[in-house]
Write a protein that binds this ligand. Structure first.
Ligand code: TPP
Ligand code: MG
Length: 332
């Protein structure tokens, strides 16, 4: 792990980071159980990407805008979506704040926390974040807009258009590629020919770097520097976070396209376990502390699950609301 003191973090910061990584993981694991029990329709996991997500989130400040993608459960939980809100969305319930139970799960949003709503075509969130960065700059705000995207989706046209525009206008914009080396079943070797995706940054006139996404401290450092660069007129940043997708792409696929050896190796790449071991070795936490966190998070997740399960579904009359502009069909 990166030297935490050299980036201004102390032991309490590291404990806080681990707590959020663990909470993200625990909500995610519960969602899989609920899916396998036939209670929620779909799960797409953050598992293996929590270190990258909490590392970057820890460097963000009130008023920053985020345009996340579907794997960012740990990130949006840190930014202010509550476990109950995520569960309501997973169950497709009426009180889901992102869409009243109408969007697919994991299309996170929360207006008062600056989390922009997402669309299902991958990559579209990049353009939204660039627009938000432009508005922040025009308004003279001391905030950045950031987005996250999978490495597969970084090959969409939206990536090029968004980053090019951000580079031209030197926007306070940060794009983080969460490179988990797969786009569903397609391995990175069939997705792009470059050695490092961060090398693309030079073509957009921005800073680029590849970071160990299993190290939340290194991620924090990269994000903090990117934020300062954006606010001090240094322009945008492209961060490539190397991480691992510990689960199948989603609850709907079977990842037999990865070899058995590769799947067996996954456990040793678990960022939460690695960070926990580091904190134990450093004496930042001990087993009693871990037991407390385990208990606390179990209670939080149980409560959110129970409340979301009891909550009502949207009524059938809601089917067409927020789909077309009210009245537009009648107006021809
Ligand atoms: C424009 C578009 N094409 C295809 C899809 C279907 N799709 C959903 S997720 C996904 C894989 C994306 O892989 P990556 O960007 O690496 O993200 P990861 O899921 O690995 O985090 C695909 C092809 C989509 N939603 N939108
Ligand atoms: Mg991927």
């Amino acid at each position: 792990m990166f030297d935490y003191k050299s980036v201004g973090l102390d032991k309490t910061d590291l404990q806080t980071m681990y707590k959020w990584m663990d909470l993200g993981r625990k909500i995610d694991e519960r969602m899989w159980l609920l899916n396998r029990a036939g209670k929620i329709p779909f799960v797409i996991s953050c598992q293996g990407q929590e270190a990258a997500q909490i590392g970057m989130a820890y460097a963000m400040q009130e008023g920053d805008i985020s345009s996340p993608y579907y794997r960012d459960l740990a990130l949006v939980t840190y930014l202010g979506m509550t476990p109950l809100e995520s569960m309501l969305a997973a169950f497709g319930k009426k009180d889901d704040i992102s869409s009243g139970g109408k969007q697919m799960p994991s299309h996170f949003s929360k207006r008062e926390k600056g989390i922009l709503s997402q669309s299902s075509p991958v990559g579209t969130q990049i353009i939204h974040a660039v627009g938000a960065a432009l508005s922040l700059k025009m308004d003279g705000k001391s905030n950045i807009a950031m987005t996250t995207v999978g490495e597969g989706s970084s090959n969409q046209g939206d990536f090029h258009e968004g980053l090019n525009f951000a580079g031209v206008h030197k926007l306070p914009f940060i794009c983080v590629i969460e490179n988990n080396k797969y786009a569903i079943s397609v391995p990175d070797s069939l997705q792009y020919g470059a050695e490092k995706l961060s090398d693309r940054a030079i073509g957009y006139g921005m800073h680029g770097e590849t970071v160990d996404g299993n190290d939340p401290i290194a991620m924090y450092k990269a994000m903090k520097e990117a934020r300062e660069r954006g606010l001090n007129g240094g322009g945008s940043t492209l961060i490539e976070a190397m991480c691992t997708r510990l689960t199948a792409h989603s609850s709907d696929d079977d990842d037999k396209y990865r070899s058995k050896e590769e799947r067996d190796e996954l456990k040793s790449l678990d960022c939460n376990i690695k960070f926990k071991e580091f904190l134990l070795e450093e004496g930042v936490i001990d087993n009693n502390w871990l037991d407390e966190i385990e208990k606390e998070h179990k209670e939080i997740v149980n409560k959110a699950t129970k409340e979301a399960e009891k909550a009502p579904y949207p009524s059938p009359e809601e089917t067409y609301t927020h789909v077309y502009e009210e009245g537009s069909l009648n107006n021809g």
